[in-house]
Write a protein that binds this ligand. Structure first.
Ligand code: SIN
Length: 302
């Protein structure tokens, strides 16, 4: 029997498969297709203190091998999350990761305090490219990334994951800053800033003009960044960016990820995360690998 369990900052996941924030409707829709208890963890859509409507539509556009989104952190706010979303997720035997996306340092601290120990891990989003305040502006300067990490960490009762942006010159600088400031784990990558223009109307396809690119188109960038961050920090990494198959998941783990998040694939196939898990098991069994952790950082780089 293959041991699929992995450890993220002292939290044991039964397997390394997580649903990426914002891609599975906080479980309600996807739970009609399979039992969420089969996942290592679920990471919920960005939470803010007050409800947010998000950006005006259109805010999703298909691109070759990917999608652009400019959702703008639409969510019901922390009260709604604690009252309606979290109790539903707690019915499942899986870990819950809360993605917090406040527009100020104080808002993120308050969100962490309000969540307390009601979730297993908190993911601090310093990488959303679709908002004017907060978001990626927290995650592109090592000093600001360190400051917000340190402040939010003080307010966290559970381990803190910092979610990194690929929209930087050197992701290792931000990763090291977050580690030195007290992050317990890192997740990467969030989306790559992109744009699509309708050549007939000459209008951007997204009402926000730009959006974040995800899906298989970004996977090589994400794998490269996971590998670079694995080499320069000691923190567990949750790798994501275009994972569609079990072999994609294995690739991220070989690059250095301790766990992986499936995102855009959920929008294509509702059972994607479960399929990735089953395919990963097949990959391991075929090679006689008894423990999935053996993959972590095992790349034979030149
Ligand atoms: C969004 O809601 O705009 C996407 C969230 C993110 O990219 O962090």
């Amino acid at each position: 029997m293959t041991d699929l369990s992995v450890n993220i900052a002292g939290v044991k996941l039964k397997n390394p498969i997580i649903t990426a924030s914002g891609t599975f409707g906080n479980g309600r829709e996807i739970s009609e297709y399979y039992d969420l208890s089969q996942l290592g963890a679920v990471c919920v859509k960005a939470i803010t203190l007050k409800p947010r409507q998000g950006n005006p539509p259109p805010r999703i556009a298909e691109t070759p091998s990917g999608i652009l989104n400019s959702v703008g952190l639409q969510n019901g706010g922390i009260d709604y999350f604690l009252k309606y979303e979290l109790p539903n997720l707690k019915r499942y035997d899986t870990k819950v990761i809360a993605n917090i996306s406040g527009s100020t340092v104080e808002e993120n601290c308050e969100l962490a305090r309000r969540l307390g120990r009601d979730v297993d891990l908190i993911e601090l989003n310093i990488s959303c490219p679709n908002v004017k305040q907060g978001g990626v502006s927290f995650g592109t300067d090592p000093k600001i990334a360190a400051e917000i990490t340190a402040r939010v960490k003080e307010s966290c009762a559970v381990p803190l994951i910092v979610k990194l942006s690929p929209n930087v010159t050197d992701i290792t600088e931000i990763a090291k800053a977050a580690e030195n400031a007290g992050a317990d784990a890192l997740s990467l990558i969030n989306t790559l800033l992109g744009m699509k223009i309708d050549v007939n109307t000459r209008r951007p396809v997204l009402a926000n003009n730009t959006g974040g690119l995800s899906g298989p188109a970004v996977k090589p960038v994400a794998v490269r960044m996971v590998w670079q961050v694995f080499l320069c920090t000691r923190l567990p990494i949750i790798g994501m960016g275009g994972i569609m198959t079990g072999e994609d998941a294995a690739e991220f783990m070989i690059a250095g990820a301790s766990a992986v998040a499936v995102g855009t694939a959920n929008l294509v196939t509702p059972t994607a995360a479960l399929n990735v898990k089953n395919e990963l098991v097949g990959y391991l069994e075929k090679r006689g690998i008894k423990n999935v952790s053996e993959l972590i950082g095992s790349v034979l780089a030149y």
